[in-house]
Structures are given as structure tokens and as C-alpha cells.
Design a protein around this ligand. Sequence first.
Ligand code: S3P
Length: 166
Amino acid sequence: MKPLVLIGPMGSGKSEVARILSSSLERPLADTDEMVERANSRSVSQIFHEIGEPAFRGLESRALREALSDPTAVIAAGGGIVLDPLNADLVKKKARVFYLKVTPETAALRIGNGNGRPLVEGKEVVEEIARIIADREAIYDRAAHHVIDAEREPAAVAESIEQLLQ
Ligand code: S3P
């Protein structure tokens, strides 16, 4: 058995879909943002502001390795985790990777005003998400084994992932 890893931009529904999959497959849930927050007793936003993005990237890479050590885990990966080629190679090798693909409009609707998301906080959310998706699209595509239409409700997205596992 291999861990399942969900990748994609913020607002693609990774956390919610991972929660559904974890419960229906009865496999443990790991969310790298939550792991980093727990380990550092601070929110992702606070970490970005206090120690900066590069240091945050180190912490989330460590959380990813810890999560991947359980072959049964369902992992919601922070949206920037596969920007590091080492992480992209690692998940591709050790896990089944699903890229939840969404339009910037759908992602922006889910994110709302971007509170708690340091990369879009205080910015024009839909424009910023569109820029992030355009920059990362090829990276997400390359890191994934499967590309999943995540415009749909999280339950439908989870269902199509489960079908691919059969
Ligand atoms: C980030 C996505 C966030 C969080 C951090 C950076 C990114 O996670 O890790 O704000 O670079 O896309 P979610 O994708 O879970 O929102």
C-alpha cells in the first residue's frame, strides 16, 4: 500500500477531499499545514510573517516526510510543497499523487478574502490565484499520477479518486 497525496493550489479542496477519503477508506489523515502548525504552535500565516517563506518551506518538507512514512496515510499537501523538486520526486516515487485541478474563479470562491493564506492575504484573490495556478500548472501536472477535475463538490472528487484506486 502507498500513501495517497493530494496536491494542487489553495482552494482546490485538498483538505476537505482528504478528510472524506480518510473516513471512507478508513485510513489516517495527515494535513501538512496542520502538522506544521501543531509542531510550531503557530499558524501558517504567523510562521510566514515571523520566519519567512523559505523557512516555512523547510518545515513543510519535514512534515511531508513524516506523513509519507505511513504507507496508509491520506495526505493533504500544502499547495507549494511540490515546488521543491526533491518533494515532487519523493511523492511521485513513494505515493499515489492526485492533482486537484480547479479554475482560479472556483479556487477564489472557496478561499474568500484569503485570510490565513499569506500568499493571497490583502491581494486581489482571483488575480493572485490565477497567477499562482499559471506558474505552477506544469509542476502539478508533472508531479501527479492522476489529474482530477476538482470543480465539483468534494464528495464527488473523493468518489472519483476512490474509483481510480479500485
Ligand atoms: C501555500 C498553500 C497553503 C499553505 C501556505 C502556502 C502555497 O496551503 O501551505 O499558505 O504556496 O500554495 P493550502 O494549499 O492547503 O491552502
